[in-house]
Design a binder for this molecule. Sequence first.
Ligand code: ADP
Length: 157
Amino acid sequence: MRKAIFPGSFDPFTIGHYDVLESALKLFDKIYIAIGYNSTKERNGYFTLQQRIEIIKAATAHLSGIEICTYPDLTIDLCRRLGVQCIIRGLRTTTDFELESVIAQANKKMYPDVVSLFIPASQEYSFISSTVVRDVLIHGGDASLFLPRGVDLSILK
Ligand code: ADP
């Protein structure tokens, strides 16, 4: 079975993340959507881990081959635990590429069997980030334009 992980903060999971996931599903039978968190902070991020999970569940309910998990340590440690050798990351801009290539090289150094796969953002979603979504929400705007179909933030506790 071809397996990969799609790691991120996903605070929250956006339509841009969903677009990358859909592309990755054409290549892999199973994808772990892995929410990284900092175990030394009591609360990190805008949404709680449980809320982030609920959002991803709602966005991916109709898909098969998806598993959602959380991890407090290095992405390569999660890869080792899951027996996965491919890390998927999305690229929007050259800035993303510069940051991501450094991370990919560090990961390869620490875990030579790992391969990072970069999937370019679709043009219509390339401006979307979790930060934009959070800003819209903080100022009372309608974030549904930037969220995957099926995600209704009003159901979150
Ligand atoms: P992180 O904090 O690890 O960067 P994010 O949740 O912000 O996590 O993003 C996870 C991955 O998704 C990253 O590779 C990021 O570049 C990518 N990504 C974020 N938004 C988009 C988008 N609109 N289109 C394509 N890739 C995206």
